[in-house]
Design a protein. Structure first.
Length: 687
C-alpha cells in the first residue's frame, strides 16, 4: 500500500511545499544526492516564494535528519509523562492499537477522539485517510479552533468567507495598516510586498501591543492594549463619518446595515477609544485622516490583518469591525485596496472527497472543542474520553491551561497514541508513539491562507528508518479493524489528485510545483461578496438569529487590564521568531538563537518589581505559575508583558511553559481560545 518514492542516484532537485502553519506556503526545491537531501531552498520560479525561505524552513534538513528523530514505533514502559519507551515492531504496535480501539468502539465509538491541527497544512497528510478512519469508527468529532476560528467566523459574518485582496497587490498600496501581525517573523513574503510599497512612497502603520521588529520598521507604531482593536476600529469609523471621508456610492450599492453601523460608530469618539486602547486620541484621529485621505485622493489603502488580534474574548467582533473598514472608503474598488486576513476560502478543495463524511452513515457524533481539551479529558459528567489519537499537534505544549491538559493526558485509564517526528511533551504521555514521515518523505498538496496558489509536494527522499506517512498508518489501522471500503486503499498521489479534482490542473502541479487560481484582481470592486446578501454585511442577520449583536462592537476582555488587583499585568504570548508554535523548538541551531524562554517587560513595570534583565522571575495567576528569565525592553508597553514562544515544557526551568497561565475561556464567536486575554503578576523568583 505504500506509495512508490523515487530514489535519486544523481544530484536532483525535487519540487515541494512548506507544510507549516504560515500564510506564505512557500514552494521548495530540495537538492538530493544519492538518496540524501542536501539542502532545502525557496523556489525562484514561484513568484510568492521568489527563492527566499525563512530561517526556520531553510534548516529543514537539520530537522529531518535530527539525531533525536523517532524512527521506530515505541511502546511506553514507564509512568505516563516519564518519557520511558522501548522499541516495538509495527505489526505488534498496530495490532494492539487496533484491538484496543475496537474494544472501546464496541462500547461507545464516541469515547475515541482524534486530536490534530496544523503540524502539517497538507490536505493529504492532514485530514484525508485519518478523517475517513475516524468517520468509519463513528468517533467524536474535533472542533479545530485553536488558532483562527474567531477571526475566520468574523470574516464569514462580514465578507462571507475567508476571502480578501491578493497579497501581491499590497506592493501597489499607498497606505498599509499591518494590524496584529509581526510580518517579518510570521509573514516574511508579505513583508517583501510591503517594502516594495514603502519604497514607492507608501506609508506603513503597525497596530500591535508589542513593538515588534515589524513595528520598528514601519513609519508609525500604535501600541494599543490587548483586546481593544474593535474600539480602535470603531473610533476610526467615527472620524470617517464625522469628516465625511466616505464612499457613499459604495456604501449604498454594496453594503448591508450601514445606517445602524453609522449610529454605533458615532458613539465611539477618539477620546472614548483612547481611554480603552491606551493610545493618544490624536494618534487615532491622524490614522483616520490618513485612511480617509486615500479615498479623497483615489489611492488604494490596504489592511493586512493577522490572527493575534482575535485571541481575546471579543476577537470575532474585532475582526468584524476591522473587516468593515475598507467598504467605508470604497477601498475594495482598487486591486491594491481592501483587506487580507486569510485567502483560504478561495480554494475549491473537495473536502468531502478527501474526508468521506458519508462513512458516518447517518451517525451524528458529539463534537469536542480542542481548545478545552483539558476540561474534556477531566470531565466526569459526560461520556468519558477513553482514547485519544494525536497527529500533527502537540496539545500538552500548545493547548491553554496546560496544567489541566497534563492531568488529563496523565490519566492511567486514557489510551493515547501519538504520531510524531520527535519525543514531544505530548509523546511523553503516549502509550504508543508512531514515527511519521516529514515533508521531504511523502506526497501532499497544499492550499494557502496568504496567497492564491496551489502547491504540490513530491517526496524527495525515502522515509527514514521505519517512519510512515500519516496516511499509511491510518490505512494499516483501518485494515486491522476490518474496514474493507475501497477508499482506504487510495494512494497518496491519488488523494493529491482528488483534493481539487478538475478545478486545478494536476499536470501543471507536476511540472511546476504550483498552479495559480483564476481569481479577479479586485474581487469586490462591484460587490459580489459571498454573503447571503452579496454585500459586505455590517449587520449580520445570522448572528442576530443566534441572539448575538448583529453589529460589530467592542467587548471587554474576560480579564480586562486593571480588573484585578492581584494580577495587574496583561500577558500576551507571541511566537518566538525562530519557532513556529512548538515546532522547531528542538532544532539546535534555532534554539541556540532563542537561547531560553523569556518574558519581556517594560522598564517601569520591571523597576516597580525589582526586576532586571536576566532575573529569574515567577509569572503567575490563579491557574498556575511559570519560571523564566526576564528581559527589560522597550518592546513591551507599560502594563503588558510578553511570554515569548511556546517552548516545550520539558525545556523550561520547571517543566512548564507559558500555557500554564492561559485559560480555557472562549471567544465571542468561533469557539476559539483566548490566549492573549490573560492577567498575571510577575515577581523575582526566590527559589
Amino acid at each position: 500500500m505504500n506509495d512508490t518514492i523515487a530514489i535519486h542516484a544523481e544530484p536532483a532537485q525535487v519540487l515541494g511545499a512548506c507544510p507549516h502553519d504560515c500564510p506564505d506556503t512557500c514552494s521548495l526545491v530540495t537538492t538530493v544526492d544519492n538518496g540524501v537531501a542536501l539542502k532545502v531552498q525557496g523556489n525562484p520560479a514561484h513568484g510568492h516564494t521568489d527563492g527566499v525561505l525563512c530561517a526556520k524552513v531553510s534548516r529543514y534538513t537539520e530537522r529531518s535528519y535530527h539525531p533525536e528523530r523517532l524512527l521506530t514505533p515505541m511502546k511506553r514502559v514507564g509512568p505516563k509523562g516519564s518519557g520511558r519507551f522501548e522499541p516495538v515492531g509495527w505489526d505488534v504496535a498496530l495490532d494492539d492499537i487496533a484491538g484496543r480501539l475496537q474494544a472501546i468502539a464496541a462500547r461507545n465509538p464516541e469515547a475515541i477522539l482524534p486530536y490534530s491541527y496544523a503540524g502539517t497544512m497538507g490536505q493529504v497528510q492532514g485530514e484525508s485517510i485519518a478523517a475517513r478512519f475516524f468517520h468509519k469508527i463513528g468517533a467524536s468529532l474535533l472542533d479545530r479552533t485553536i488558532c483562527s476560528s474567531a477571526g475566520g467566523e468574523g470574516l464569514v459574518q462580514t465578507l462571507g468567507g475567508k476571502v480578501g485582496m491578493k497579497v501581491e497587490f499590497f506592493a501597489e498600496a499607498k497606505l498599509i495598516l499591518i494590524w496584529g501581525s509581526n510580518s517579518i517573523g510570521s509573514n516574511l513574503h508579505f513583508w517583501r510586498y510591503a517594502q516594495q510599497a514603502k519604497r514607492a512612497g507608501a506609508r506603513l502603520v503597525c497596530i500591535d501591543p508589542r513593538r515588534t521588529e515589524t513595528a520598528e520598521k514601519c513609519h508609525e507604531h500604535i501600541a494599543l492594549r490587548p483586546g481593544t482593536d474593535a474600539a480602535l476600529a470603531l473610533a476610526l469609523m467615527h472620524e470617517l463619518v464625522t469628516n465625511d471621508w466616505l464612499d457613499h456610492d459604495y456604501l449604498a450599492r454594496y453594503t448591508l446595515g450601514w445606517d445602524a453601523l453609522r449610529e454605533r460608530a458615532l458613539a465611539w469618539t477618539p477620546e472614548r477609544a483612547a481611554d480603552i486602547c491606551g493610545v493618544p486620541a490624536a494618534q487615532i484621529r491622524q490614522l483616520a485622516q490618513d485612511y480617509g485621505a486615500c479615498f479623497l485622493r483615489g489611492e488604494p489603502a490596504a489592511i493586512r490583518l493577522n490572527y493575534g488580534m482575535q485571541r481575546t474574548r471579543g476577537g470575532g467582533n474585532a475582526t468584524r469591525a476591522v473587516a468593515s473598514l475598507p467598504a467605508l472608503i470604497g477601498a475594495w474598488r482598487h486591486r491594491a485596496g481592501g483587506l487580507l486576513l486569510s485567502s483560504s476560502g478561495q480554494y475549491p478543495v473537495d473536502r468531502a472527497a478527501l474526508q468521506r463524511p458519508d462513512l458516518l452513515a447517518g451517525r451524528q457524533p458529539r463534537t469536542v472543542n480542542m481548545s478545552t481539551i483539558g476540561d474534556a479529558l477531566l470531565d466526569e459528567a459526560g461520556p468519558k474520553i477513553e482514547a485519544v489519537v494525536v497527529y500533527n499537534s502537540n496539545p500538552v505544549a500548545v493547548a491553554p491551561e496546560s496544567g489541566k491538559v497534563v492531568r488529563g493526558f496523565a490519566r492511567e485509564d486514557l489510551f493515547t497514541v501519538v504520531l510524531e517526528h520527535f519525543q514531544t511533551d505530548t509523546a511523553d504521555y503516549a502509550d504508543y508513539v508512531l514515527p511519521a514521515t516529514t515533508q521531504l518523505e511523502h506526497w501532499d498538496v497544499h492550499s494557502s491562507y496568504g496567497h492564491t496558489d496551489v502547491l504540490l509536494n513530491r517526496p524527495a527522499i525515502a522515509p527514514l528508518g521505519q517512519s510512515l506517512p500519516n496516511t499509511q498508518i491510518f490505512r494499516e489501522l483501518a485494515a486491522r479493524m476490518g474496514f474493507t471500503e475501497p477508499c482506504f486503499q487510495d494512494s497518496d498521489e491519488a488523494l493529491c489528485r482528488a483534493a481539487f479534482g478538475e478545478r486545478v490542473d494536476f499536470e501543471t502541479l507536476l511540472a511546476h510545483g504550483f498552479a495559480t487560481l483564476a481569481i479577479p484582481d479586485a474581487p469586490f470592486a462591484e460587490g459580489g461578496f459571498p454573503t447571503p446578501s452579496g454585500r459586505c454585511e455590517f449587520f449580520s442577520a445570522r448572528l442576530a438569529a443566534q441572539g448575538q449583536d448583529g453589529l460589530p462592537d467592542h467587548l471587554p476582555n474576560h480579564e480586562p487590564i486593571g480588573g484585578s488587583a492581584d494580577y495587574p499585568l496583561a500577558m500576551i504570548s507571541p511566537p518566538a521568531r525562530n519557532f513556529l508554535n512548538s515546532t522547531f523548538v528542538n532544532v539546535t541551531s534555532l534554539r541556540d538563537i532563542e537561547v531560553e524562554p523569556l518574558l519581556e517587560i517594560s522598564e517601569a513595570d520591571a523597576l516597580a518589581r525589582g526586576i532586571a534583565t536576566g532575573s529569574v522571575v515567577r509569572v503567575f495567576n490563579g491557574r498556575g505559575s511559570y519560571r523564566c528569565k526576564a528581559k527589560v525592553t522597550a518592546r513591551a508597553r507599560d502594563g503588558v508583558v510578553h511570554g515569548m514562544g511556546i517552548w516545550w515544557r520539558k525545556l523550561g526551568m520547571d517543566g512548564t511553559n507559558v500555557n500554564q497561565l492561559t485559560s480555557q475561556r472562549l471567544t465571542d464567536m468561533g469557539r476559539a481560545p483566548t490566549f492573549y486575554d490573560c492577567l498575571v503578576e510577575v515577581e523575582v523568583d526566590q527559589a
